[in-house]
Design a binder for this molecule. Structure first.
Ligand code: NOJ
Length: 579
């Protein structure tokens, strides 16, 4: 410890006095209640398995509701548990109004809603309506010649001069997100159908008003059942530029605003729900419009800029690019400034499609895992917006560190592997990319304890448990007042307790600094001007603080018990109330 270490009398994270309170009945009636909320995402397949079949299920979630209540989250977003052939782990839905037997039953889901509501938490369902499963009855009907649902999907004949199935016969040059052409020929219909994702995920035709009405009816059925909102899967793909054409963009089509507003009118109006639209490639201006309250479209969106910083522009997802902290600060602060007074940000590091943050921007070594996980949490949660926590993030779970293709389960990685191997890409480079960015990194089972399968299942898990469960597990984290878990708990408490965390205006400091991520939040109120200062060292070396940042103040939260006023230790962060 440096000699001038100061002790402020404030404990490090985990033993903050701040009381964490989940949302209460009053909050439920408050408009814009989600501005005070923290959301926790559950990927049901990997959360907790109650029946020993190796796959997580709804009963397993119910068994762990107290974990969520202790953490203090307000909302659970449940990734799809609907009936599905599981080609894309449930993002291929064959019945929107039923639960897949793999996960339980509708009665289990009702119990989940009740269990959450009893604890003051809410449930957000995943709404996957850019596409259905090819096994959905709508698609099966649509295939039949003369069907009433003939244009519920995007059908097109082979390109002129080409025979069906011939190379180049696909109606446009669009590529699927999961490799290969975005078109597949259907023998029964005698035409191609569009699938922006897997061949088992045909795109719905939102130009057809009947499709839209069927979706709204389904959503209202869920609202009547008690759900509190929707996370909308790739929602900026529902409007496409018509006619579909080579080279055209299939994001943010011309009718996006119209469709979202119509959906709002049919489902959301007067219900006090929360909506978040997943929008790959969305621009800041478009996001500000989508979330402008006066337009009545969405409450917030998931944008992708900050999770694309390790992509090589034009090189696709898998080419590796080293990370550079000033890029992260520039991106996140651009969204903070750009949304101020216009729309509302969602704040996330992880989800089921992203690698684990502690392995991506942090340091998952034994030495720095805990501090770096806490500091990354601090930096994210004290920005303006609604924070999302992905299961396991709250205990500092790391990437899977798989070394063989046999360990992977994700269709995106497996399809890319097959295609790239065919083209001669060396296996080693593919495995390197998957280890860094593969979606399975976030899909290994939740680590509840240090038992054989980490308390996730009594059977054989569908994907391997990370061997670091001996150290990284919820039981250990909850028992340790200085753990990542209690740091997240404290951050949630700060958001609940302080208007400045919810509403303060963001300002980035030291934008070019290669190791520090520092910013202020400022609020003018009847009690005068308040200011919060967030100081974070996102590096494994000690960093001297620039003069201007050596400020005194009340320490609201800190990663380290002993602190020096003029420097930050490796991965140290502090939150100071300076005015
Ligand atoms: C985005 C989801 O988050 C991802 O997991 C899924 O594969 C695609 N949309 C297709 O639904």
């Amino acid at each position: 410890m440096p000699n001038d270490a100061i002790a402020t009398g404030v404990q490090p994270s985990g033993v903050q006095p701040s009381e964490v309170q989940p949302s209460d009945a009053l909050q439920a009636r408050t408009p814009n209640w989600w501005k005070r909320a923290v959301v926790y995402q559950i990927y049901p397949r990997s959360f907790a398995d109650s029946n020993g079949d190796g796959v997580g299920d709804i009963r397993g979630i119910i068994d762990h509701l107290d974990h969520l209540a202790t953490l203090g989250v307000d909302v659970v977003w449940l990734s799809p548990a609907y009936r599905s052939p599981q080609d894309d782990n449930g993002y291929d839905i064959s019945d929107y109004q039923d639960i897949d037997p793999l996960f339980g039953s509708l009665a289990d889901l009702d119990d989940l809603i009740a269990g959450l509501h009893q604890r003051g938490m809410k449930l957000v369902m995943d709404l996957v309506v850019n596409h259905t499963s090819d096994e959905h009855e709508w698609f099966q009907e649509s295939r039949r010649p003369g069907s009433e649902k003939a244009d519920w999907y995007w059908w097109a004949p082979p390109r002129e001069g080409f025979a069906p199935g011939e190379q180049g016969a696909e109606p446009t040059d669009w590529r699927s997100m999961f490799s290969g052409s975005a078109w597949k020929f259907d023998e029964l219909r005698g035409e191609y159908f569009l699938h922006l994702f897997s061949t088992k995920q045909p795109d719905l035709n939102w130009e057809n008003p009947q499709v839209r009405q069927a979706v709204y009816a389904m959503m209202n059925w869920w609202v009547a059942r008690g759900v509190d909102g929707f996370r909308m899967d790739v929602i900026n793909m529902i409007s496409k530029s018509v006619p579909l054409a080579d080279g055209a963009n299939h994001f943010d089509g011309p009718r996006m605003d119209e469709f979202l507003h119509e959906m709002h009118q049919h489902v959301m109006a007067g219900q006090n729900l929360v909506t978040v639209g997943e929008m790959p490639g969305v621009t800041l201006d478009a996001a500000a419009n989508y979330t402008d309250p006066s337009r009545e479209e969405l409450d917030m969106v998931f944008q992708f800029e900050h999770v694309g910083l390790d992509e090589v522009p034009g090189g696709g997802k898998w080419a590796l690019k080293p990370l550079h902290l000033p890029d992260l600060k520039a991106s996140l602060s651009r969204w903070q400034y750009g949304m101020e007074g216009r729309g509302w940000n969602s704040l996330y590091w992880d989800n089921h499609d992203q690698p684990r943050i502690v392995s991506r921007w942090g340091d998952d070594s034994d030495e720095h895992r805990v501090a770096s996980a806490k500091t990354l949490a601090t930096v994210l949660h004290l920005m303006k917006g609604t924070p999302y926590i992905y299961q396991g993030e709250e205990i500092g779970m790391t990437n899977a560190h798989f070394t063989s293709i046999d360990q992977y389960r994700d269709i995106e990685a497996l399809n890319h592997y097959a295609e790239a191997r065919e083209l001669g890409t060396p296996e080693k480079s593919l495995l390197e990319s998957f280890a860094v960015k593969g979606r399975d990194n976030a899909r290994t089972p939740m680590q509840w304890d240090d038992s054989k399968q980490a308390g996730f299942t009594t059977g054989e898990p569908w994907i391997a448990v990370n061997p670091n469960k001996d150290v990284v597990n919820a039981a250990a984290a909850v028992a340790d007042a200085d753990s990542v878990f209690h740091h997240y708990r404290s951050l949630i408490g700060l958001r609940h307790d302080h208007e400045i965390v919810r509403e303060g205006v963001f300002d980035l400091l030291e934008p070019e600094h290669e190791q520090l991520f520092c910013y202020t939040r400022s609020l003018s109120g009847s009690d005068g001007d308040e200011q919060l200062l967030v100081l974070a060292n996102l590096s494994p070396s000690e960093v001297e603080l620039p003069e201007a940042l050596r400020t005194d103040g009340d320490v609201w939260l800190a990663t380290h018990a002993e602190r020096a006023s003029d420097r930050l230790q490796p991965w140290e962060s502090r939150v100071l109330k300076v005015r």
